[in-house]
Design a protein around this ligand. Structure first.
Ligand SMILES: Nc1ncnc2c1ncn2[C@@H]1O[C@H](COP(=O)(O)OP(=O)(O)OP(=O)(O)O)[C@@H](O)[C@H]1O
Ligand SMILES: [Mg+2]
Length: 258
């Protein structure tokens, strides 16, 4: 299963990306969790200790390694051999392999073409060459993606909360996903407290399937201040995320088990 996750700021993209990665890691051999949000925070959400998470270097800043892999001359290869890189430079946590992409625009006037080419090659390789699941936390903007890079995405999950603003942003994200050629879009409604809120989401998206509902959880909310997620809340989230994953498989085809 190859998923890109987007939506308005603060709706719960990282919470849900992390929960899906953790859920799939319970059942799958390997899950690649990619933080493609320049304002990164997926690492602690999947359980990487905060001190270590802070020290994980974004791929875009690994200039020396990228030069060595992609060639240092004017004609650098677009398809460097990436398997070694993936093995050597992902952060491993159980079945999860984590990458932080970094900000592709970083560098101002300095040319980061080689790094950006490498990032695109890396994402394409994970999406197209690997059988394992890939979960990408895209942050709020997906405009820096290229069509080629995301052609392996099975589904763009657009996270919404019960608010008109998040529904409006979802509309923009859905349009961009279409422009990028992402075939399927699924809505995940987060922070749901009532049937009325569920109905609001259902009524707001007639064209796209609502893939699942994630309840508002006091424990998740409090966890933002200090680590305080209770095992019960974690299991409730996992069971809601299991539903989301089953529904995604139903949408993208049952033979796609990865
Ligand atoms: N189901 C939930 N119940 C309660 N609080 C939630 C839930 N999901 C997310 N939150 C809280 O909402 C806030 C935003 O969540 P999160 O960081 O996952 O959103 P995001 O969309 O990734 O944000 P950003 O756009 O900043 O990357 C966090 O404080 C998180 O704890
Ligand atoms: Mg986030």
């Amino acid at each position: 299963m190859k998923l890109a996750i987007s939506g308005k700021g603060g709706v719960g993209k990282t919470t849900i990306a992390a929960a899906i990665a953790k859920f799939l890691a319970r059942t799958n051999a390997t899950v690649y969790a990619i933080d493609a949000d320049p304002d990164a925070c997926l690492a602690p959400a999947i359980g990487i200790p905060a001190v270590e998470a802070a020290g994980i270097k974004p791929v875009v800043e690994m200039r020396d390694v990228i030069r060595a892999k992609a060639g240092g001359g004017a004609f650098y290869t677009l398809n460097p051999e990436l398997d070694d890189f993936i093995d050597d430079f992902s952060y491993k946590l159980g079945n999860i392999r984590f990458f932080r992409m970094g900000d592709p625009k970083k560098g101002g006037s300095e040319c980061y073409c080689r790094e950006n080419t490498f990032l695109n090659a890396l994402v394409s390789s994970l999406l197209l060459d690997k059988n394992e699941s890939v979960i990408m936390d895209m942050g709020a903007g997906i405009e820096h993606l290229s069509r080629g890079t995301v052609r392996g995405v099975d589904m763009m999950l657009v996270v919404v909360e019960p608010s008109r603003n998040s529904v409006n942003t979802a509309g923009h994200v859905i349009r961009m996903a279409g422009e990028l050629g992402i075939a399927k879009v699924g809505i995940v409604a987060n922070k749901i407290r009532s049937n009325k809120e569920k109905q609001f989401i259902i009524d707001s998206f007639s064209q796209h399937p609502v893939i699942g509902f994630i309840s508002f959880s006091e424990s998740i909310w409090a966890n933002a201040m200090e680590p305080s997620m209770t095992p019960e809340a974690e299991e409730e989230l996992m069971s809601e995320v299991q539903n989301v994953c089953l529904n995604i498989l139903g949408e993208v085809g049952g033979n796609n088990q990865n």
